[in-house]
Write a protein that binds this ligand. Structure first.
Ligand code: SF4
Length: 419
């Protein structure tokens, strides 16, 4: 859209003025929030209109109040932050918004010119570029994990040193057993003490339990939503699958997240029956890739049935001892550990949803995603489920081979149609 291009050009012209740039970014998020509040997209079900609003609110809050915020990655145990009324700035989401604002290229170029490898994942490069440009305001601290993403520790360590803020890295073992559980639990206790010291406030254990109880109520609704996906589907776009990563991860346990899933389950129960081919994504959908947008956004012939990252831990979390419950949740996340665990979890979710085809968009620089693609291909072949693995970049639009992606997608969808 022209106005986004104009806005993007204004930001790019001001990149050497960090204060002005960060104000422009906040202004863009404010305007977007007001716009979706006043003029919700009527093509969307009510739940997704609401999701649009809360995601903008959740990204605005830490940017507007950096001194009450902490940088986190998608797997960080943010229940502790919610219990202490601290805003998490979810770095993968921040980079996605910067790509939505069409400035990811400038941020990534800045990171690369500062010596960051061009093979690093662009979710990280865009965030690092913002740090290099000092567009990001100093938060109080940062929390990350060793699990799943090999880029996290380096990004967080580098930026925490640059911004001179405390960092807590939670080391998550591959295997689940009593020792590993105690090991993670001990780290969570240490992390909670550090958060208390840094923010000068006390963790109320009952408030943490309330957050976990709400998280469990939310999980029950997510499971109910999944059961309905076998027959029905929402009129949606790939963006909303990515937005659901806010509610299925970093903002779990919050009131607005629970409200969203209540609305979502009500919407899916009254949604039209699946009439076209249902497509399930592994890891992430390529929300900026034109051929995918044409086929799946508000698609009539093909519907988006979800992406597995939103369903990486669907069990209840023990709330009596929330430290133990959250530790268990982290170790047993299906993306943690061996690829066999991930395949088993995928198999369960696919049996529940029964998609007609599965797509893995292998995001540039993401080793955990690309590394498992061959094994997943073999697995789906054995199960006779059409599977497409296509390379590209979810964030940096310059890294996509549009022609090749389009040809491969069309051939894949033709197979599904013939079935
Ligand atoms: S896409 Fe892969 S490398 Fe990038 S942040 Fe996610 S897990 Fe990490």
């Amino acid at each position: 859209m022209d106005w986004i291009k104009t806005y993007s050009n204004i930001i790019k012209k001001n990149l050497d003025k960090p204060d002005r740039t960060s104000k422009l970014i906040k202004l863009g998020l404010d305007v977007a929030y007001r716009y979706v509040t006043l003029f919700p997209d009527r093509k969307l079900p009510k739940s997704l209109q609401y999701l649009n609003k809360i995601c903008l609110k959740n990204i605005k809050e830490p940017l507007s109040s950096p001194q009450n915020s902490a940088w986190v990655n998608i797997f960080a145990p943010t229940e502790f932050l919610h219990a202490m009324d601290i805003y998490p700035l979810f770095i993968e989401a921040y980079s996605s918004f910067m790509s939505g604002f069409l400035i990811e290229d400038a941020l990534i170029d800045k990171a690369e010119s500062a010596g960051i490898s061009n093979t690093l994942c662009s979710f990280h490069k865009a965030f690092l570029g913002s740090g290099e440009l000092n567009i990001l305001k100093k938060p109080k601290m940062a929390i990350t994990t060793s699990m799943v993403c090999d880029a996290n520790i380096n990004t967080f360590r580098y930026l925490s040193e640059k911004y001179d803020i405390p960092l807590y890295i939670i080391d998550i073992p591959y295997e689940y057993n009593r020792d590993s559980l105690e090991y993670v639990k001990k780290q969570l206790k240490e992390m909670a003490v550090l958060v208390e010291e840094v923010f000068d406030r006390k963790l109320d254990i009952d408030k943490l339990r309330e957050i976990v109880i709400r998280e469990n109520q939310t999980k029950a609704l997510i499971n109910e939503y999944i059961e309905n996906l076998r027959q029905r589907c929402l009129n949606s776009t790939m963006t909303f699958e990515l937005y659901m990563l806010f509610t299925s991860h970093v903002f779990l346990g919050r009131e607005d997240t629970l409200k969203f899933y209540k609305m979502l389950t009500a919407d899916i129960k009254s949604a039209p029956l699946r009439s076209g081919g249902g497509i399930f994504f592994i890891h992430l959908p390529p929300l900026f890739e034109e051929s995918f947008k044409e086929c799946f956004n508000f698609g009539k012939e093909f519907h988006i049935l979800g992406c597995d990252l939103n369903y990486d831990f669907l069990d209840e979390v023990e709330y009596g001892d929330p430290f133990e419950g959250i530790a268990k949740k982290m170790i047993l996340n299906v993306y943690n550990g061996s690829i066999e665990r991930k395949i088993e979890a995928l198999s369960n979710i696919i049996d529940r949803i029964e998609p007609d085809g599965i797509i893995q968009f292998c995001h540039w620089g993401c080793k955990q995603s690309i590394g498992g693609a061959g094994l997943l291909k073999d697995y789906f072949k054995r199960r006779n489920i059409p599977f497409l693995a296509v390379d590209g970049d979810v964030i940096d639009k310059r890294n996509n081979q549009h022609g090749q992606a389009k040809t491969r997608l069309e051939a894949f969808l033709e197979i599904i149609k013939r079935r």
